[in-house]
Design a protein around this ligand. Sequence first.
Ligand SMILES: Nc1ncnc2c1ncn2[C@@H]1O[C@H](COP(=O)(O)OP(=O)(O)O)[C@@H](O)[C@H]1O
Ligand SMILES: [Mg+2]
Length: 366
Amino acid sequence: MRIRQLELKPFRNFDQIKLDLGARGALIVGNNGRGKSNILEAISYLSLGKSIRGARDHEAVPHDGTWFDIQGTWDTADRQRHARVFYSGHDGKRVFLDGVPLPRVSELVSQFQTVHFAPEDVALVLQFSAQRRRLLDILISQASATYLQQLQRYRRVLTQRNHFLRQLNQRRADPAERDVWDRQLAEPGARIRLERLQALAEIVPVLQSCYQGFSTGREAAGIEYQGAGLPSSTDEIPLLDTLQSMLLQQLQADPAKEQRAGHTLSGPHRDAFGFTLDGESAETFGSQGQLKSVLLSWKMAESRYLEAHSGHQPVLLLDDVFSELDELRSRQLLSLAEEFDQVILTAPREPGDTIPDRFERIELSA
Ligand SMILES: Nc1ncnc2c1ncn2[C@@H]1O[C@H](COP(=O)(O)OP(=O)(O)O)[C@@H](O)[C@H]1O
Ligand SMILES: [Mg+2]
């Protein structure tokens, strides 16, 4: 997929702007606060129907306005498509695909696909285990509808089991019921772990080879999935039955402790997955530039994963990507970008004379 045109009238700091984006990519240059990140946010609005930054719709309405309107045209293998996301405080959000209003915003999702990198995600994603789990859960959900269903089921049963544990602690529930809750949770829980391990088995080799590109082989990146009792490498993925009995064992390991805590202490909602550099925890030991390279490699692996599962390669949106990267890594980034159909980069200034012609220059003047 390649986005060819974007029109904002208006959106955040733009009253009206129309951009032509190069088929192979674009480099958006402008001073701080000119709206580079806003443009990438607007592009991803067309793929998600909402803000990638987690902003609420009304926050993207210009301060002196009452609505925003994002329109974009993209090429797929065989045709050109057009989407529009319109929001006003008065009418709410409306989405259109090829001019036809869609009954639900969710129907726009995955028509047009993007993978978005923002430098602020480096600290967020790499420091908090919950954020890394979220990264993985969102990615697999995009490729597998059954994964999303299992997650929702797991969360529902988890809430019920936690409620049961608190009741038990107050002697208001029957301890014999515990076994039922354990089994109900272990079933979706094991499926979630299985799909996560399978996804990581696909993603890790791509991540490794991208990172190798960044570091030119000086250090190697990896991922460890740490759920108590599971092998930390994804080389051997246990069978579903095995995963289920392992989880059941974990759930039954220390009933008194869980009862006192009043919530479930093990399971996929607590599993950690972490990035490594030469086998050591990247979050703990990596430099800023190394961590940024790890997350960029992950994003590239995300794009490949989505392409393998949907048949379309997403547009790669890389915000403020050169800061903190040394010259070698910046050059490596550009050469890795060559392997993707369309990459849209932003930078506060021209990052030297190394930018290949494939990137259409877009200057946001002061
Ligand atoms: N809803 C809004 N209305 C008007 N301006 C906004 C709105 N939201 C953000 N901005 C402005 O957009 C600018 C930041 O844009 P941003 O895309 O982050 O810049 P950068 O080019 O540095 O990435 C800020 O000046 C901010 O005040
Ligand atoms: Mg920015």
